[in-house]
Design a protein around this ligand. Sequence first.
Ligand code: MRU
Length: 356
Amino acid sequence: MAIETMTWRPGDAGELPGALDIIDQRLLPAVAERLVLTTVQGTWDAIKTLAVRGAPAIGCASAYGVVVGAQTAFGASTAEAAAAARAAADHLATSRPTAVNLFWALDRMKDTIARAVESCEDGAALCAVLLDEAKAIHQADVETCRQIGKHGAALLPNPARVLTHCNAGGLATAGYGTALGCFYAAKEAGMDISVMACETRPLLQGARLTTYELQQGGVPVTLMSDGMAAFAMQNGKLDAVIVGADRIARNGDAANKIGTYSHAVNAKHHGIPFYVAAPKSTFDLSLASGQEIPIEERAREELSEFNGRQIAPEGVPTWNPAFDVTPAALIAGIITEFGVIQPVTEANVLAVLGEA
Ligand code: MRU
C-alpha cells in the first residue's frame, strides 16, 4: 500500500525525543494528511476520534503513545520517565473499550517498563528501550498479517468473490491487513480474486478506506451498502465472507464492526462460509464467551448527522453500538498467523494459539 499507516518520526536531535506520525483516516480518501502526535492527549484523541483505527493499529499507536508520554521526562531520572510512561499507558487505556489489542500492547509496554526500570541509568535510556519495544510490536504486526494472509488465501476457491465489512486492511494494522491481507495474498498467488465491500454505516470505513486500499493494491472491488449483502448472497454473487475482529473470546465468539453479525446470519442462511481473520493479540482468553466483551457506544451525532448536516428529527433517541458479536457457531473458521481454527471450538482456539 502506498500510504504508511503510522511511523516514528525522529526529532532534530535524533530518534528521541520524536513523534508518532499517522495518516489521518478521518479525511481519507479525499485528503491524505498526516498528523504528528507529540502529546499523550493528542494520541488519545487520535484513537478516540478514529484518526487511527482498527484493532492492531490502535495497539501499535498506543505503544508509541507510551513513548510519547515517557519522553516528557527525557532529561529526567529513570523513575520520573517510568512514572510518565505508566501514566500515559493508564490514560490511553481509557480511549476505546472493545479492541483488546489496545490493552495487549499497553500491557507489553508496562512489562517493558517494569523490566527496564532497574537497568536504565536515566530517563533517556528508558525512552530508548520503550521505543525499541513499540517498534518491535509494530514490525511484528506486519509479519503476522502476512502469515494470516497466506492461511486465508488458501481457504478460498479460484476464482473467488468475497464480501468484507469495515476496514481490516493495511490502514487498520501496521500494514498489509488481516481480512484484506487474505485478498492481497490471493492476488500475489495469481488467483482471480474480487471483493464486495460494504460501506459500513455510520462511519463508512468500508466505503472510504477498504475500497481505497484495494483499488490502490490492484484488487478488483465493488462497493455496496450494508443492507445489500443478503441480496448479493441470494443472487449468487459471493463465495465467502472474510472480516476482521476487535476481540475474540475463548470460545471463538468474535466482536467486530457493527453489521458484521448480520453478514454472518445471512451467510449461514445462504450456505456461504463466513471467516474471521485476526492475530493472537486480538484474542482475550480471559473471557469465556462473547457476552463478556465490552461494546463501545458512540456519539448520537454519528447517526443523527451526515457530513455535519442533521438527518434525523431533533429529539429522536439513537442507539449507536460500534461493534457486535458474532457467535462462534456462525463462523466457519478463524484465520490466525498460526493457521486456521476450524471448527471454531474452545479446544481448537487454545490448540491453534498454542495455549492448550
Ligand atoms: O471502529 P473501527 O474502525 O476501529 O473498527 C474496526 C474494525 O471493526 C475492524 O474490522 C477490526 O478492528 C479489525 S482491523 C484488522
